[in-house]
Design a protein around this ligand. Structure first.
Ligand code: NAP
Length: 521
């Protein structure tokens, strides 16, 4: 069947399914109109079938050698590229994001898949530990089962159908039932087709990946409470993440929910650096605030200075530049409404409007607002995420007040400090406080533009994420979908290759307390 004929259908195992009668359409933000294709809402039976197929596939897929799983991931990446410009054009129509940004996002998506392929091919990620005492005890990471994954609206490729959550789950040896974000169903369909072709082409078990379309919270809820689902990965709003977390903990068998729910990503500008290069920083900061119409979970929604002349000049510079920053169309009408409501709430609770950029009807305008440190501490809701191109200035009267403010902040994905060497030495205590607050600490940079590599952490203390121990970006993301299994007293012929004396896979292992990658046990 040709791809165009398949839109609107669920992917259940290797088959497309259209059991439901309820339909929905995606909205084109740039044209401000509904797109013509209709998509079917998944039925309860389709959800159940997808999960059961995934559970059955897991019994086979968990034993597929890593080199074959790697070939599967690489083939998904190849197929995404082979989908060509139609994929980028569809994603652009559904999200309003420019083609150049989506091309970069596609590169990131395929690079993530290939990184996970090379990680599992190398093999040491299983964290094998061998202790040959009495008793002989050996452990390694094993996959946990079926993962329910929710796509994010703001990254229709890199945090969606073949994004980091799916790549890391499949790399770990887990199977996936994916709930597509209703803002980009056609994009989701094209990528799901690329995965399906890879499943068939590389001989993976049917059910290793399924995709469900829905605009109803009920679908996500049913997926989360399904007894055969072992973990959930989510990126989106606090409300959505918390609802799924609560549902998962109320199950008879609770399961982990790895929800990345965004944050305000505070940026602290210290006095010395503002004196030295406040003008340049003002321009760079506003670029970070307004990038992608502010629709990044790492968007700097709050910045903090201490009262002095350099801070006044810096804020005046921001006030001057904000009017010239671009307004833009947001991903969905709901996100625009939430943004405008968020700005109104800030003002109602006492934030003062310092400046804004003009925008057309239905566009999100960049806003610069201000509040005192006392007020910010009186009204913690002022420090909640307003998803979009705005930032709130908090002015602290003293260094103590600055530290108190940092100490009162909720958990964050990132926290940033701009300072000269002298500033940073003088404010070592600030960095010490922020260590407890964020998953990524940044010196003299900006939080937007998450590096995707082996060392990054994209997570953070509650409420930035539910368990703070995970990351949803970078190769460490794989550990969300594994658990340690300890083999005690096992005869050699029953041990997995990763734990055999001969080390047939030549991986790095902790053997009797020493890291080795040879057979020297
Ligand atoms: P969202 O409303 O959280 O939705 C994300 C996904 O979760 C959708 O598939 C949604 O399904 C599902 N969902 C939401 N609430 C649910 C619930 N109570 N039960 C079951 N499923 C639920 O996120 P969004 O649509 O992308 O954007 C809305 C807001 O999320 C934004 O205004 C922004 O604040 C935030 N956001 C944060 C990030 C981030 O990076 N952390 C990214 C994007 C958006 P339905 O279609 O059924 O609602």
């Amino acid at each position: 069947m040709h791809q165009q004929e398949l839109t609107g259908l669920q992917l259940i195992g290797n088959s497309f399914s259209a059991a439901g009668t309820q339909t929905f359409q995606a909205f084109a933000p740039l044209q401000q109109q509904w797109l013509p294709q209709t998509f079917r809402e998944a039925t309860a039976e389709e959800i159940d079938t997808a999960v059961k197929l995934a559970a059955r596939a897991f019994t086979t897929y968990k034993k597929v050698p890593a080199t074959q799983r790697a070939a599967f991931l690489n083939t998904i990446a190849d197929n995404i590229i082979a989908a060509g410009d139609v994929l980028l054009e569809t994603a652009s129509a559904e999200s309003g994001l420019p083609l150049a940004r989506l091309q970069g996002e596609r590169d990131r998506t395929t690079a993530q898949l290939r990184w996970f392929a090379s990680l599992i091919t190398e093999g040491s990620w299983v964290n094998a530990r061998i202790d040959t005492g009495m008793p002989d005890v050996r452990q390694m990471q094993i996959p946990v089962g079926v993962i329910g994954i929710f796509g994010a609206s703001n990254f229709p490729l890199a945090f969606s159908v073949a994004g980091g959550d799916v790549a890391s789950a499949l790399a770990a040896g887990c199977t996936v039932v994916f709930k597509a974000h209703p803002a980009h169903p056609h994009t989701s369909h094209i990528v799901a087709s690329a995965i399906r072709d890879a499943v068939i082409g590389t001989g993976m078990p049917e059910g290793v990946f399924s995709l469900l379309h829905s605009t109803s919270h009920e679908t996500g809820h049913q997926l989360t409470v399904h007894p055969l689902v072992s973990a959930i990965a989510f990126t989106g709003s606090f409300r959505g993440g918390k609802a799924l977390y609560d549902a998962a903990t109320r199950r008879e068998t609770p399961i982990p929910v790895y929800a990345e729910m965004g944050s305000v990503n505070p940026v602290f500008f210290l006095p010395g650096i503002l004196k030295e290069k406040g003008t340049t920083l003002a321009e760079q900061f506003l670029q970070s605030v307004t990038l992608g119409v502010g629709q990044f979970c790492t968007n700097p929604g709050i910045f903090v200075t201490t009262k002095d002349t350099a801070a006044d000049v810096f804020v005046a510079g921001l006030q001057q530049h904000i009017a010239g920053m671009p307004a833009g169309y947001m991903l969905t009408p709901g996100i625009l409404q939430a943004y405008n409501n968020g700005i109104a709430t800030l003002q109602r609770e006492g934030a003062q409007l310092l400046g804004a950029a003009p925008g057309a009807a239905q566009q999100a305008s960049p806003y610069l607002l201000q509040i005192s440190a006392e007020k910010a501490q009186e009204h913690p809701s002022l420090c909640h995420e307003v998803f979009g191109p705005s930032t709130l200035h908090i002015s602290a009267n003293t260094r103590d007040e600055l530290y108190k403010l940092a100490g009162a902040m909720e958990g964050q994905l990132t926290a940033t400090v701009h300072g000269t060497e002298e500033d940073l030495r003088e404010h070592a205590e600030l960095l010490d406080i922020l260590r407890e607050k964020a998953g990524r600490l940044i010196i003299n940079g900006f939080p937007t533009g998450v590096p995707v590599n082996h060392a990054v952490v994209h997570g953070g203390p509650w409420p930035a994420t539910t368990p703070a121990a995970g990351t949803s970006v970078g190769t460490m993301a794989i550990y969300r979908f594994t658990r340690g299994l300890c083999f005690q007293g096992f005869p050699a012929y029953l041990l997995p290759p990763e734990l055999q004396d001969e080390n047939p896979l030549n991986i790095w292992r902790l053997v009797n307390g020493k890291f080795l990658n040879d057979t020297n046990i």
